[in-house]
Write a protein that binds this ligand. Structure first.
Ligand SMILES: *[C@@H]1O[C@H](CO)[C@@H](O)[C@H](O)[C@H]1NC(C)=O
Length: 141
């Protein structure tokens, strides 16, 4: 299991590093292998404590793990690694989902096997979007 994770992380960092100009595949490798069998999900909320029915900004199923504590830890670690690997691009991805926002803060969560969302400890603030494009926050107010 550990080897697989390392490979996935390595592949996504390579794509991030090399993929800027190429018209190659997705920036995050695991997107392509998403199936219903992937019970490890990463999501972005506008709060660190979402209620169970709180709408998420985006969700991705990224991996199949065992439904136990080890799987939970693996899933949280992978979500964090993917978010960090995509750090440069994440405002763009988020604005595409958000449309318009002003000084928005987002919080990364993970969960396995349909359980409750758990905050990974990673968040990102000062996000400003206009018509789904990233803008400088000081352009507004
Ligand atoms: C977060 O999202 C919920 C649901 O869309 C919304 O009701 C709430 O006002 C938002 N909170 C912030 C801080 O944007």
């Amino acid at each position: 299991m550990f080897k697989i994770i390392l490979v996935v992380i390595f592949c996504s960092s390579v794509r991030i590093a090399c993929g800027e100009d190429s018209s190659g595949p997705q920036q995050i490798t695991v997107d392509e292998t998403t199936t219903d069998a992937n019970n490890c999900e990463c999501s972005v909320f506008n709060t660190s404590e979402p209620s169970p029915d709180h709408p998420s900004i985006m969700i991705q199923s990224v991996l199949h793990v065992e439904c136990n504590e080890e799987g939970k830890a693996t899933c949280a670690a992978l979500c964090k690694a993917l978010a960090l690997a995509a750090h440069e691009k994440s405002p763009k991805i988020l604005c595409a989902h958000l449309g318009d926002c002003n000084n928005f803060e987002v919080f990364l969560h993970s969960r396995i096997c349909g359980s409750d969302w758990q905050f990974t400890g990673l968040n990102r603030g000062n996000l400003c979007c206009q018509k789904s494009e990233v803008i400088e926050c000081n352009q507004q107010n």
